[in-house]
Ligand binder design. Structure first.
Ligand code: HEM
Length: 469
């Protein structure tokens, strides 16, 4: 084939693409005659504005659009037309109207996590799963796990002592171990190295191109996912033979009342590990960065943690942490809240319109994706004074609590995060031991952020961790 033939073919393909896109937009604008589509641009055919959005800080992409088009605008990313929403009330509406906007994920991600996982469902099946997950991570249950989490935190920090570490990677080990404790209880033998190896392979392939050919990360991840399913099947059958009741998530999933099949159980175990791990590890990584940059805050957190131990000593209480100690960590809790706001690790989430929806004078056509922009809501000066400043005192309840509905790091509505209490607990416990016993220095560039898919300090924040004198 010579160059002119290739060129000819390329131009023909492009014309077909352009024609199809134009015809589609024409049909949509005709269908929604009373209400126009939201303002905005759709970028290139098929590619849309994907590269523009992902090749820079998404905050800049969103801010430029909002300045030009207002708080609701259309775009085209990852192969889909979409509407982006930066107003907090509108975001809340979208997240709470399950019958109009369903959760949506790329098909490749569904296949990898498992089609039966909680995120992809609505209705009775979803409600049943949510009830089971919530029962495992509600305060009444996790308060009994405090000392186990404490041991995991201490051994994680001990293993990093004196070393140059990548904070995010070490925090991921910590949060994986806590997730496994919640799912499998104290039955350590169940969570062998094979389980972890398979999970790490899945994780490496999760954000790769979904090409299922031998040698690709995606292919390896899919293979590891199959192996992981076999490991879980084995664990389930061992548990069945033991004929004992278990109070952990696997125990609840396996109870007769849950009505779940083994495949559903497996998909949801993978799903919960996935939801619990990187999110919490990212927040911990950001907290170390902000504490390093704000020595007064670090001092206040350390003092709070020391005072908790002093009070226990004075009253002759056991020195191990317990649930009510963690409820007295008010300054540390505000540091977590402020980090959740400013880091906004999930810049946005996805929903899909299940029918044509008229919203605020615009049409959101059926099948379009809708993205509530958490990061923009958390960084708006209308919602938070001096939003770029790390200031935990803004969460001092009585004086300056955030405006209602403007703080949604755990989402909102039927799919809001059920694991928020667990996440907070594991972060508090780790910070208790970290601030009392260690100090750290950041190695290399401090201010760059990478987005892939979570917002994270560049290279996962390399630090040197050393025992406090
Ligand atoms: C700081 C850590 C965490 C953050 C920032 C976070 C954030 C979120 C957000 C924003 C959502 C809603 C997504 C959406 O609406 O599309 C979500 C859902 C979810 N999270 Fe978390 N999460 C964290 C930790 C955890 C932990 C520790 C667990 C462990 C149980 C967990 C389990 C889940 C599950 C199962 C869902 C899906 C809920 C559903 O679809 O009904 N998350 N999380």
């Amino acid at each position: 084939m010579d160059l002119s033939t290739v060129l000819c073919l390329f131009v023909s393909f492009l014309s077909i693409f352009l024609f199809k896109s134009l015809a589609k937009s024409f049909l949509l604008s005709f269908k929604g005659k009373q209400s126009p589509l939201p303002p905005g641009t759709m970028g290139w055919p098929y590619i849309g504005e994907t590269f523009r959005m992902y090749s820079q800080d998404p905050t800049i992409f969103f801010a430029t659009k909002i300045k030009r088009y207002g708080s609701m605008f259309k775009s085209h990313i990852l192969g889909y037309p979409c509407v982006m929403i930066s107003d907090s009330e509108a975001a809340k509406f979208i997240l709470n109207k399950d019958q109009l906007f369903k959760p949506t994920y790329p098909a490749s991600k569904e296949r990898m996590l498992g089609k039966q996982a909680i995120f992809f469902h609505q209705g009775a099946y979803h409600a049943n799963l949510r009830r089971l997950v919530l029962r495992t991570v509600m305060p009444e249950t996790i308060k009994d796990l405090v000392s186990d989490i404490e041991s995991i935190a201490q051994s994680c920090l001990k293993s990093c002592e004196g070393k140059l570490i990548t904070t995010f990677l070490e925090m991921k080990t910590y949060t994986l171990n806590v997730a496994l404790l919640t799912i499998f209880g104290r039955d350590e033998n169940l969570c062998g190295e094979d389980l972890k190896r398979c999970y790490y392979t899945i994780e490496r392939g999760y954000n790769s191109m979904p090409i299922n050919l031998p040698g690709t990360l995606f292919h390896m991840a899919m293979k590891a996912r199959k192996e992981l399913a076999q490991i879980f099947t084995q664990i389930i059958s061992t548990r069945r033979n033991m004929k004992q009741d278990h109070n952990d998530l696997l125990g609840l999933f396996m109870s007769e009342k849950s009505g779940l099949t083994d495949e559903q159980i497996i998909d949801n175990i993978v799903g919960v590990i996935f939801a619990a791990r990187d999110t919490t590890a990212s927040i911990l990584t950001w907290i170390l960065k902000y504490l390093d940059e704000n020595p007064c805050v670090l001092e206040a957190v350390t003092e709070e943690q020391e005072s908790i131990l002093r009070a226990k000593e004075e009253s002759g209480e056991k020195m191990d942490l317990n649930w009510s100690d963690t409820k007295n960590m008010l300054i540390t809790t505000r540091v977590i809240q402020e980090t959740l706001r400013i880091a906004s690790i999930l810049s946005f989430t996805f929903r899909e319109a299940v029918e044509d929806v008229e919203f605020q004078g615009h049409l959101i056509p059926k099948g379009w994706k809708v993205l509530p922009l958490f990061r923009i809501i958390h960084h708006s000066p209308d919602n938070f004074k001096e939003p770029e400043k790390f200031d935990p005192s803004r969460f001092e309840a009585i004086t300056v609590a955030p405006k209602p509905n403007t703080f949604m790091p755990f989402g909102d509505g039927a799919h809001a995060c059920p694991g928020n209490e667990l996440a907070q607990l594991e972060i508090l416990v780790l910070l208790h031991h970290l601030t009392r016993n260690y100090r750290w220095s950041i190695i290399g560039e401090k201010n760059r952020i990478q987005y892939g898919p979570f917002a994270l300090p560049e290279n996962g924040l390399p630090i040197k961790l050393y025992p406090k004198k």
